[in-house]
Ligand binder design. Structure first.
Ligand SMILES: [Zn+2]
Length: 255
């Protein structure tokens, strides 16, 4: 069984020791160090947690919703790939579980998670530690979505996705209903209708024959044309879209 690092619970990110490029002072050699170095070596600061190189500045964010109050978390440090993944995954998993619990938090958490996704992919691009660590690195553990937290977070994430999808869907439905009013309403013979547009334009809507809104009674023509004084409805208002219905003006009862 391969050696596994023991996971460290919430390790301090600020190093207890000042981050030296080399953890141990070097003995001044009798010969000058070759400069420039004959082969590329990782340079720059070492990981704040384990001292390994290369390391890069990492900023991970977290969010906790607590119904009324909420908490923004931020961890910043110069970390190697292994420790960076450990810290970022931990924060991401915690936020996935703790982030949603508040009306504002539900809106904030997706942004925090997205920021961390970006940071995680940045950390993954770091080369693995090439120099020896002077303390064991943090355990990066499993990727966030393969942790229980990933499953817990599926519920709010799916709810959010549903919400995001619902908005365009409602708009499409609204447009369909709207365009239904622009000529795709079908009128039935014997029913009544009103025209919302000004003649000769037609924007016909069904109307209750008993209501004062009713302007026309709809009927099928007996012959090739409507009776004198009546109007032809556009063919699109009839059920098959082929024949024109006729519109007989309804005498308005005088008030
Ligand atoms: Zn490290």
């Amino acid at each position: 069984m391969p050696f596994r690092h023991v996971p460290v619970e919430r390790p301090p990110l600020s190093a207890p020791y000042p981050p030296h490029a080399y953890p141990y002072p070097q003995q001044p050699g009798p010969y000058p160090q070759p400069y420039p170095q004959p082969y590329p070596q990782p340079s720059g600061p070492g990981c704040e947690v384990c001292g390994a190189m290369p390391a890069a500045p990492v900023t991970v964010r977290g969010h906790q919703g607590m119904v009324v109050v909420m908490r923004f978390l931020r961890r910043q440090g110069v970390l190697c790939r292994t420790c960076g993944l450990a810290v970022a995954r931990r924060m991401q998993a915690d936020t996935l579980v703790q982030g949603w619990w508040g009306p504002l938090s539900m809106l904030i958490t997706p942004f925090v998670l997205l920021l961390n996704v970006g940071e995680l992919s940045r950390i993954r691009k770091l080369p693995p530690p090439a120099t020896a660590a002077w303390r064991p690195p943090l355990d990066p553990g499993r990727p966030v979505l393969r942790r229980p937290a990933g499953l817990v977070a599926l519920v709010p994430l799916l709810a959010l996705a549903g919400l995001v999808l619902a908005v365009p869907l409602l708009i499409v439905i609204g447009m369909a209903v709207d365009s239904g009013g622009n000529g795709h309403v079908t009128l039935k013979p014997g029913s009544c209708a009103r025209n919302l547009a000004d003649w000769p334009q037609q924007d016909l809507r069904p109307a209750d024959c008993g209501s004062p809104d009713a302007q026309f009674r709809v009927y099928w023509p007996d012959g090739p044309a409507c009776e004198p004084g009546d109007y032809d409805a556009y063919p699109e208002y009839s059920e098959d879209g082929g024949l024109s219905l006729c519109l007989h003006p309804v005498k308005k009862a005088k008030n």
